[in-house]
Design a binder for this molecule. Structure first.
Ligand SMILES: Nc1nc2c(c(=O)[nH]1)N[C@H]1C(S)=C(S)[C@@H](COP(=O)(O)O)O[C@H]1N2
Ligand SMILES: [Mo]
Length: 250
């Protein structure tokens, strides 16, 4: 297991420096855009693999924030989403697709029946607030292994139900973060099903990175070899829109 993670991590790292750099140059000549993107890619690869795999700090129950605020979208925002809430997400599906050998369509029961991990962590939003909560769900690594990631798969894209300012929210990570032991598909916050404001019924927890990476209202997990042709090509909603760094490691 560790061997596979290590190999993947290094493959992803090596791929990023060259693919990333070339594609960015081809994409635009705007200097600031180039610099911004390059620093994002570089930050991920210049950190040692050991550092990338280190665990985020975990807290005790006494540290849990009395209220975990919602930020960004506070609902899936469509009639279909409201109906799903009403229906207690009985028909919600999480698709696992792209460069996998066995595409999956998991319902909430499937998700809850997988081996579970609970972790009490601090969420840090770039807007300047933090909150501590206990998140529960299966590890993304287990789901990816069930689907069988193909050799050329380098990134995992998270698709969301909500649209913010006319753009579908999405996020992505490389295989180092995808296989990080604290990267989970959370269905519970503080022992209760996820509140709607916090991304019900499923949201990512990417504990070594800033808040905007933690995609809420998760509908699909997509394995890809490049982020270039997805939306604005920068790997996430805020990365495309405001130049937030793709690698938002802490
Ligand atoms: N689908 C989706 N995911 C999202 C967002 C969003 O607007 N839509 N906002 C992001 C931001 S900026 C933060 S800080 C966290 C907020 O999580 P919370 O609402 O549980 O506090 O979700 C992230 N994930
Ligand atoms: Mo955020």
């Amino acid at each position: 297991m560790t061997g596979i993670i290590g190999r993947r991590g290094m493959l992803a790292g090596a791929g990023m420096v060259f693919l990333g750099a070339c594609s960015k140059v081809a994409e635009t000549s705007a200097g600031s855009h180039l610099l911004k993107s390059a620093s994002g890619w570089n930050k991920a690869i210049h950190r040692s693999l050991a550092d990338r795999k280190a665990l985020a700090r975990e807290y005790s129950k006494a540290d849990i924030s009395p209220f975990f605020r919602g930020n960004g979208s506070l609902s899936g925002g469509t009639a279909a989403y409201d109906a799903a809430v009403e229906n207690k997400f009985a028909d919600w599906r999480l698709e696992v697709r792209g460069m996998v050998n066995r595409p999956l369509s998991l319902n909430m029961e499937d998700i809850r029946e997988l081996p579970q991990r609970s972790q009490i962590t601090r969420h840090d939003c770039v807007e300047g607030w933090s909150a501590i909560g206990e998140w529960t769900g299966p590890r993304l690594s287990g789901i990816l292994d069930m689907a069988g990631v193909q050799q050329d798969g380098r990134f995992v894209v998270f698709r969301c139900a909500d649209t913010l300012n006319g753009q579908e929210y999405y996020e992505s990570v490389d295989m180092v973060d995808a296989y990080h032991p604290q990267t989970i598909v959370a269905h519970a916050l503080n022992g209760e099903p996820l509140p709607v404001i916090n991304g019900a019924p499923l949201r990512m927890r990417i504990e070594r990175q800033l808040g905007y990476k933690h995609a809420k209202y998760l509908t699909a997990i997509e394995v890809v070899d490049s982020l270039e042709n997805i939306a604005g090509g920068e790997g996430g909603y805020w990365e495309d829109r405001s130049g937030y760094q793709w690698y938002a490691g802490m």
